[in-house]
Design a protein around this ligand. Sequence first.
Ligand code: BES
Ligand code: MN
Ligand code: ZN
Length: 515
Amino acid sequence: MEFQISSDELSQLNSACLIVAIGEDGELSAAAQQLDSACDGYLSQVIGAGDIRGKSGDTLLLQQLSGIAAKRVLLVGLGKADERKDNNFKKVVNAALSAVKAIRVNDFSIALDDSAVNDRDCYWRTRILAETLASGLYQFDQLKSKPSDQVEFEAIQIVLAEADVEAGEIAILDASAIANGVATARDLGNLPGNICTPTYLAEHAQALADEYDCIDIEVLNEAQMEELGMGALLSVAAGSEQEAKFIVLQYQGADEAEQPHVLIGKGITFDSGGISLKPGEAMDEMKYDMCGAASVLGTMTSVAELGLDLNIVAIIAAAENMPSGFATKPGDIVTTLSGQTVEILNTDAEGRLVLCDALTYAERFEPASVIDVATLTGACIIALGHKTNALLSNNEALASKLLAASDYSTDRAWPLPLWDEYQEQLDSNFADMANIGGRPAGTITAACFLSRFAKKFAWAHLDIAGTAWVSGKQKGATGRCVPLLAQYLIDLATDSEDDADGCCKAGDCDCHDND
Ligand code: BES
Ligand code: MN
Ligand code: ZN
């Protein structure tokens, strides 16, 4: 399925279904107005008769309108003018997509102008439109014996005004790179633990490195991790028959001398809890405990497709957390790669144990920034629910860049405090620290644990426990936070380009005379 940009006159456009929007109380968007004049006011008549009210997500399908080349016209409601925020835009797009999926057509066209969302330009509208459509068309049927019978569209046309075509073309290229990254993350997440093992993640990473010349890969096995002293990571894998893998991808898009940005993903391919075994209910969902790794690998796919002018290192700490006679026990004390010792009071707090060694390993790259992504704590779901990634950071500039990227990409994140006051919850009588901090502020104390291994660089932690997948009938991976990470990196690449031009984005900086 491919997106195309068209600037054809709407009434002349050949399409199986042309989608245009109307507001609540029936006002027509500019696109709908054009069609309305072409069909002698038939659209106004239908709306006037009350067949569609234009509430957000309302749809009405009309057939064979005279004066209009498209076979069908689908009206979609935008809601009230002051309610047209980013989220409403995606809701509208999804409603239109459901309606067009319900009919047997091979292609459709969609013309949403600037009335569809407040305070966003054509690039944003087109990009988020394409990403939302791609996401709505995603399916995971590779493990069904027969493929599902969902409609596949041969072509999707995005109709823009002539003046917007250039921005639109860039937007669909960026959107496809991001959508491919999201789909990669969703595929990896949805694969079950018996297929998606640490070795499988390493093979996936290897395939990515094989595909792109600008990506190099190194995969450490357990013997090599032992040699380095990654006692924390290895303690998680101790009970598993599956060998842990430490995967390092290096993407070089800028001068070799430029400091890299490091992304670290938690890759627990199944989290049984270990000896601190989890209850059985919904335990299958712990196959998603590698979604941090999946979103880092997905982001690398996007980055490589976009060809960003940055150096990026992706580190995947992959292991399976299982109980066995060899498994780590509550009370065991391990030595991390940093030399700090940890008393493992709960073997189910394993994510921080694999991540801490990855953070220490990241030091060797002298990184410009380090971001780790993890389905780290159930407490995150209590704090922020299923809509929002938690963000904790030791660096305000980095945190605000991530927040800006999360707002723009609609992949929302929100900060939690990382104040010293919480650190004492990790005190241990027998080691440098415990791996759990009790029930209160579980997301914060998990990040406090990680912060002890991130002292040498600007670091941020994204807890995606609530956002990485949805449960219930629609169970499946979401691909969060690929859009956020991709946007963060796109912004960095754009900033450094501006620096290279000797020019600042807003043009109102201190480093130039602006007279
Ligand atoms: N992978 C889980 C966190 C999790 C649980 C994510 C449920 C999404 C849904 C993590 O390894 C874990 O088990 N964390 C424990 C930590 C606790 C023992 C301090 C938790 O959150 O209960
Ligand atoms: Mn766990
Ligand atoms: Zn886990």
